[in-house]
Design a protein around this ligand. Structure first.
Ligand code: ADE
Ligand code: ZN
Length: 326
């Protein structure tokens, strides 16, 4: 138990966190009340987020996000999220930001949101000791045209803070290659790339994210485990998986953590990291992820140090920032 206690409190690096998905239900309820937005159906009686399955999760997520209207709302959210992350010993975090929700894809509006979020992050770095970087995400079920607007926003603000471009949303809609134009634009702007793949669809989706979009990290990617050739490709190319085991169990990708392939993927030589995805939705935190992984797979301190090293090596921040964290 002493050892478990030490593991739970280890410094952590989190690469896969959706900022809206990290909003505590009470925060969203508070904003809804302030703004008189009706959020019926979003919460259960006990106050937690209510959803039946992944597609319903996405619609509840978007309903909750609809109360986040101004750059100031995102600044307040960013502060709340970073306080929770810091309380979970997270020293470095990358968060997904969506111009679709922050100004609807308009570059000038997006710049205002990004400025507010970044200022909040820099204040939190000073007083909480946590470093945050941003990754612009397009939303797959909003389609390729919206993704181009998101990519343009990303390209216009690429730099030392806005460091990546990615894709989230409903993996069962369209194909990875439908978004190649947006990923190319982001790459040309100097952004690093990641895409959600292999959460819902199988190994070929993971291969397509790597081959058709040229990503160096994959959001989830766990269903690659169904094809040894894809697992081997990931290991050979050093593609990093942003696994979110607690998220996968709550959404029903795997019935129990013991069935989750994170351990098998590690053993096959795939680079694996651990994140929470949307922690209040999935009743998780980074500390809880560490605790359940240690209990389920017997991971010890060395395993978690290896995970953190992998995450820092795969982080999209510049090398000077990376070195200060090691
Ligand atoms: N957006 C927020 N969480 C997500 C997830 N787990 N998969 C796809 N899109 C998401
Ligand atoms: Zn995600």
């Amino acid at each position: 138990e002493d050892q478990l206690d030490r593991i739970i409190r280890l410094p952590k690096a989190e690469l896969h966190l959706h900022v809206e998905g990290a909003a505590p239900p009470a925060f969203i309820r508070g904003l809804a009340k302030e703004k008189s937005v009706n959020l019926s159906g979003v919460f259960r009686e006990d106050g937690s987020y209510a959803f039946r399955d992944f597609v319903h999760f996405l619609s509840v997520y978007e309903a909750a996000t609809s109360v986040l209207k101004t750059p100031e709302d995102y600044a307040r959210l960013t502060r709340a999220v970073l306080e929770e992350s810091a309380a979970n010993d997270v020293i470095y975090c990358e968060t997904f930001l969506s111009p679709d929700f922050c100004g609807g894809g308009d570059v000038s509006a997006w710049q205002d949101y990004l400025h507010a979020i970044r200022e909040t992050a820099e204040a939190a770095e000073r007083d909480l000791g946590i470093t945050l970087r941003g990754i612009v995400t397009c939303i797959r079920h909003f389609g390729p045209d919206k993704a181009k607007l998101a990519a343009l926003c990303a390209a216009e603000t690429a730099g030392d803070w806005l460091v990546g471009f990615g894709m989230a949303g409903d993996e069962n809609k369209g194909r990875q290659r439908d978004f190649a134009y947006s990923f190319d634009m982001a790459r040309e702007a100097g952004l690093r790339l990641t895409s959600h793949a292999g959460e819902w669809r199988g190994p070929s989706e993971v291969r397509e994210a790597v081959e058709d979009l040229g990503v160096e990290r994959i959001g989830h990617g766990v269903r690659a485990v169904g094809d040894p050739a894809v697992v081997e490709m990931l290991a050979e190319r050093g593609i990093v998986l942003e696994t979110c085991p607690g998220s996968n169990v709550v959404l029903g990708v795997y019935p129990r953590l013991a069935d989750h392939p994170v351990q098998r993927l590690r053993e096959a030589g795939v680079k694996v990291t651990v994140s929470t995805d949307d922690p209040p939705f999935f009743h998780t935190t980074m500390r809880r992820e560490y605790e359940t992984l240690a209990r389920t797979f017997g991971w010890d301190e060395a395993d978690f140090l290896d995970i953190t090293r992998t995450a820092l090596d795969a982080a999209f921040c510049d090398d000077a920032t990376r070195e200060t964290l090691k």
